[in-house]
Structures are given as C-alpha cells and as structure tokens.
Design a protein around this ligand. Structure first.
Ligand code: ATP
Length: 422
C-alpha cells in the first residue's frame, strides 16, 4: 500500500483547490493501473495564520508502487499548483505502507497538526526518520499538511464524508449556475444524515462556495451513499468530475478541554465556567461577555457573522454556568457553540410592601428598605424568579458560519440536550 499526502497548492485569488488536485492524482493513479482505496480530506488547525481558507490537507490511499505514485503526484502538482501566488508553498509526502501502519511519530504529528502549530523543520525530521519520499516547492510549508494527511488515518477514529462536484475549467472564477430549489429539495430528503448543505435561516446554499476554485458544490454528511444521492439530485451547470472524500469535517477534532486561566492564542478549547458580565453588543454587532472559574476571567465573543447565534449569547446572564467552545485569538474565545449547564433563574429586586403592594424605598446606607406609607421594613433586596429565553443544553452558530472542522449539533453525541441550527 501507498499513502500520497499533499497540501498547499491553491491560492485565494488565483483559484485551484487541493481537493481537486488530489482527485486528479487519483485519476492518474487509476490510469497507471493502481486502485484508489480512498481519498482523505483532513482539516488541520483552523487557527494557522498562513492557511488559504479552511486549512485542508489531502491523502490518496492506493496500491500503486510508492515510487511510481511519487513521480506521478509530483508531475500533477508541478503542472497544477498555483506556485505564482507568494503564499502557495506546495508539499508532497509519500509513505510506502498502509495508512493504518504509520509510525507513532507520524500519527502524533497528525494529531498535533489539528490542535497545535508545527514547523517545516519538524515535518522534515519526521519524514526523514520514517524514510518517506517527499518534495516541496518554494518554502515547502505544504509538507507539514502533507505529512499530517499521511498520519491522519491512524490518528483519528471519527470520519464523515463529502461528495465534491467540480466545474469545467473555463468557468472557474465565474458565477456558479446551481438551482437552489433543487438543493433545498435534495437536502430535505436526506437531513440530518446530510448536514450543512443549506442555511434555512438565511436561505443560502452553504454547499456552493463563493471562491474562484473548481468546486461547484460539496455535500457533507455521515453516510457515503446519502451525500452522493444529494449531489446527484442537484440541478446545475455541467459537472466535469466528482470525487468522494472521507473527512474529519464536523468532528470537533480541534477542541481540547481547558480552564479559563489555562488557554493560549492559536488553539481551540472546550471551557467550562460562570458568566460574570452581562453580554454587551459592541460596534460591528459583535457580542462580548466574560467567563470565569473563580480564579481567572476569559473574554468570549460571538462575532457578527455568527448572526442569529448572537441572540442566544445575548440571553446569557451573570451567574449562568456554561461550557464554551472555540478558538482563542488575542485572548478572546471566538465562540463556535456553547452549552447551558445551570441557568440563573432569579434576580435581586427592591422589595414591595406586603401591606400596600408599593415598592419600598431605601432606608439609607446599610439600613435596608422601608415603605414610606406603611412603615414596614425589609433587610435588603429580595430574590424574584425570572423567565429565561434559554434552555439547558447546546447552542451553535448557523450552518453558514460553521467552521469546517466544527461538529454540528445534529450529528449527536453531546453531553446534554441540543438546539441544532439548520
Ligand atoms: P484550502 O482549504 O483552500 O485547500 P488551505 O486553507 O488548506 O487551503 P493551504 O494553502 O493548504 O490552506 O495552507 C495551509 C498551510 O499551513 C500549509 O502549508 C500547511 O502545511 C500548513 N499547516 C497546516 N497545519 C499546520 C499546523 N498545525 N502548523 C503549522 N502549519 C500548518
């Protein structure tokens, strides 16, 4: 068996897409007489600065001879990678064994690539000690992702699927012609096995990208046949190629558990604490509040693009106990989802007089309250029950604002009730 890992071939402005290149490599493998067992699309640490968009890396699992596979993949990258873009630094790594049998150092490298920050030098050392063939273009940063793609099959256990349909090359960069009604109809047949196809709140077809890349649409879900069926039902301009990828999308593989005082920029976490400030909407529509575990305070933000999710965040109150998920950037958690653990359903209010029902007045500093008419007294403010808009359990950003790697609530497996967005 042979594993071909590749990364960093596309450009934000010039187009291309590493999934497309992997699909072309798979075609070349088949043309050379090899069998393609699967295509793997792994999303690495979404906080990596130099990513083009979704920090994707790709692997092709095949029975083709590793030497032949290397030559053929190198030719494909040479021909198609957008190396004219200063930020495109392709990398190729080929392992001469089955994807399950990578050395431990390679699978831990893959795990670290999803949650941490790695260097090209670290990748080179691992590639050398594993005895893999590799090459790179320009600064060859893509070798980091290429090696991570090689190690991923052994590193992770949870997998989902994406069926990607590609456009004719003459149309790349032009407006996509996709019939939205057919997208919504196909989605309703297969939801929730197939997820994040559309955003019913905004009416957007989330599966159709807006970038100049070769992708016409990408259908994500838990079942390989269901994603294929949805893709087949969509009416659109001509599709010149389709490929199915096994992916870590929608799995939350980037999150790790932490306390509010124990987080670093550029990493993503699951953090439990108590809300200490009333959520505040600031300029640009971003909503901020602070979380604490008693010892440390951590700012959290629901940014404007998370749209209706911000309403749930605005409904939080001090003393609510919650778990937040998201990446920490400049000391602030960028919220992807949160779970209500305990809702504070009381507030402190000025007491009312039990005799006349009027609001009591302060009797002076530390003197409690007094009814001016009846003379009745109360020691201090009293608790009143309040209605809360929020319920227990998980709330998430809408499909349109979802990060590729973030797990949609509809996939299940959460430690509480869920309120999925569709
Ligand atoms: P697209 O989603 O359109 O394919 P992209 O967002 O995947 O593009 P790339 O062009 O692949 O972005 O750039 C990401 C770069 O970051 C690659 O060179 C990859 O090797 C590198 N990289 C990935 N993960 C890490 C990490 N954890 N630490 C350091 N570098 C990383």
């Amino acid at each position: 068996m042979t594993v071909i890992g590749l990364d960093d071939t596309d450009s934000r402005t010039r187009g291309m897409c590493t999934t497309y290149l992997a699909a072309r490599v798979a075609d070349s493998v088949r043309n050379a007489g090899g069998d393609v067992e699967r295509l793997l699309l792994v999303r690495l640490n979404p906080a990596v600065k130099h990513k083009t968009r979704g920090n994707a890396a790709l692997a092709v699992h095949t029975d083709l001879d590793p030497g032949v596979a290397f030559e053929l993949a190198r030719d494909e990258l040479e021909a198609a990678a957008e190396t004219g873009d200063p930020n495109t630094n392709p990398g190729l790594v080929v392992a001469p064994h089955a994807p399950e049998t990578v050395p431990d150092g390679v699978s831990t490298f893959a795990q670290a690539a999803v949650r941490d920050h790695l260097s090209r030098e670290q990748a080179d050392r691992r590639i050398e000690s594993a005895g893999y063939r590799s090459t790179g273009w320009k600064n060859a940063r893509g070798k980091i992702g290429a090696l991570a793609a090689v190690g991923s099959w052994a590193a992770f256990t949870e997998w989902t699927y994406e069926q990607i349909s590609y456009r004719e090359s003459e149309r790349w960069g032009t407006r996509r012609n996709v019939d939205f009604d057919s997208v919504f109809a196909a989605e309703s047949d297969e939801y929730p096995t197939v997820w994040d196809t559309v955003d019913r709140g905004t009416g957007e077809a989330v599966c159709v990208p807006h970038t100049p890349c070769p992708i016409l649409h990408g259908i994500r879900g838990d079942d390989p046949d269901a994603v294929r069926r949805v893709a087949d039902e969509i009416e659109s301009e001509q599709v010149i190629k389709t490929a199915q990828f096994v992916t870590n999308q929608g799995t939350d593989a980037h999150l790790r558990d932490a306390d509010p005082g124990n987080v670093k920029d550029g990493h993503a976490y699951r953090i439990t604490g108590t809300v200490t400030s009333k959520p505040e909407t600031r300029q640009g529509g971003h909503v901020f509040f602070t979380l604490t575990d008693g010892a440390s305070r951590l700012p959290c933000a629901a940014f404007e693009p998370t749209k209706r999710f911000r309403d749930h965040v605005r409904n939080l109150r001090p003393r609510d106990e919650i778990t937040v998920c998201g990446e920490v950037a400049r000391g602030t958690v960028k919220l992807e989802k949160f779970a209500v653990r305990t809702l504070d359903a009381t507030e402190l209010v000025t007491p009312t007089c039990p005799d006349c029902g009027r609001s009591m007045k302060s009797a002076g500093a530390e003197q409690g309250y007094r009814c001016r008419d009846c003379g009745t007294r109360a020691d201090g403010k009293v608790e009143r029950r309040i209605e809360r808009e929020l319920e227990h359990g998980w709330y998430e950003v809408p499909p349109e604002a979802r990060r590729h790697i973030a797990k949609p609530l509809v996939r299940g497996g959460f430690d509480g009730p869920t309120h999925p967005e569709r």
